[in-house]
Design a protein around this ligand. Structure first.
Ligand code: HEC
Ligand code: HEC
Ligand code: HEC
Length: 94
């Protein structure tokens, strides 16, 4: 019985670690202050699909990620929706 509990606890622990590393937040490094991007929060928004940012619904690395892409995609959507940060220091935190 003890062994089963230990195995279960280990599974939970690993699942937690994987989730944290995978998705909850992604730090996008920038010289003028890194941007902490709440990935899970965006994935959970009903009105936003994966393809707002990714080429396919599977997601993955974004080849164009960088200043131009981010300001167009991230800031662009926040401006359109009048929700989410649009000022420099709301995204770039030193
Ligand atoms: C608002 C923008 C946005 C939305 C919406 C979004 N993602 Fe992402 N996602 C990102 C960014 C930014 C990264 C980091 C990309 C990179 O590092 O190249 C990322 C990374 C990922 C990764 C790769 C993680 C890694 O480290 O390899 C996966 C898988 C992923 N997203 C899946 C999804 C799925 C599935 C959805 C829809 C349910 C989704 N994403 C919705 C922005 C978004
Ligand atoms: C919605 C969030 C957001 C806002 C608002 C925003 N940025 Fe950014 N910015 C980003 C992201 C994300 C990146 C790309 C980071 C990466 O590629 O790792 C970026 C990249 C940059 C870079 C390139 C950094 C480097 O290391 O090459 C500069 C410079 C920059 N932003 C300046 C600004 C200025 C100035 C403003 C205000 C006028 C601003 N940003 C507003 C999210 C934002
Ligand atoms: C297609 C639309 C869309 C895109 C693309 C998008 N966002 Fe957002 N974002 C939102 C909305 C809507 C909110 C407001 C959520 C709320 O306040 O309920 C938000 C909120 C945020 C917040 C504040 C979260 C909080 O907890 O208050 C941050 C930070 C943010 N976005 C960063 C980014 C970055 C960085 C990118 C690009 C990698 C990005 N967003 C791309 C729609 C978008």
């Amino acid at each position: 019985m003890k062994r089963i509990i230990a195995a279960f606890a280990l599974t939970l622990f690993c699942a937690g670690l994987a989730a944290a590393a995978d998705d909850a937040v992604v730090v996008l490094p920038a010289k003028n202050g890194d941007v902490t991007f709440p990935h899970k929060k965006h994935k959970d928004m009903k009105e936003i699909t994966c393809t707002a940012c990714h080429e396919t619904d599977k997601g993955g690395k974004i080849a164009d990620l960088g200043k131009d892409w981010a300001h167009k995609t991230c800031k662009g959507c926040h401006t359109d929706k009048k929700k989410g940060p649009t000022k420099c220091n709301e995204c770039h935190k030193k």
